[in-house]
Design a protein around this ligand. Sequence first.
Ligand SMILES: [Zn+2]
Length: 300
Amino acid sequence: MNTLIAVDNSGSYRVTLTVTTSLCEEAMQIHGCTTTAAAALGRTLTCAGMMGIGLKSMSDRLTVQIKGSGPAKQVLACADGLGRVKGYIANPAAELPPRADGHLNVGGIVGEGSLTVIKDLGLREPYVGTIPLVNGEIARDFTQYFAVSEQQPGSVALGVRFTKDRAHVAWAGGFIVQVLPDAKDEALDALEETITLMDDITLLIQDAEGDLYKLMDLIFGKLPEEFRPRVLEERTISWMCDCSRERMEKALVSIGKKDLAEIIEEDHGAELTCQFCLKKYRFNEQELRTLLEEASHGQN
Ligand SMILES: [Zn+2]
């Protein structure tokens, strides 16, 4: 369990609060990210995971795609209703000097661009929402996405903090606060003040030593009793890649008879790498010939 879902006592807002240190560390190590790239990827994975467990059905899925003009080029994250998350950053070596305030320059490596969310809710057409990036720092971009694309006002905080040697994630996490339809103005005023005056989310996670209930109290504990969150659910957000040999076979078949025959003639084999977990799948000539037969049947 690393995530809490809570609603305040007056029914004015809902909060999803998570500590994703191990998820972000796993992503950083798999992709060999610089700290700034790991921060961009970790923030995106954290928010995607929280959105995933907010989906109505466990089998629903979503993809978050951040495309920008900066050296990171693209950050992509996929999540499902069970809180399983995977993702990658197109350029894990992207790095810039810190900003003037000492923070990592995530907005700099992302640049100007767009944030797109694709939700597969088991319907014929997926839901797609896109907004222009606000500042590429990811949290404010998601806040804007929820307000504009989902007409869901609220607030998003996301953060990844690193060990002194910058080789590992020390703390990571965040929250999504959503204003509920019958929200009391007084509650929203108090909430806004609390969030505005709040310390950096990773410092609070560090102070709480990763304990979610302590963290919830550090962030919202000073609100009047009636506007404090009450925990409804404990959930888990974790890294998981669902790639398989079968999926890679399907991908090979889908490139078509002509291209597959060319690979067999020229390379006598193929090696495919999963872009999410970087696992390699090798196919020898005989295996490719079997797939070519399948592709041929498919086209007849
Ligand atoms: Zn994989």
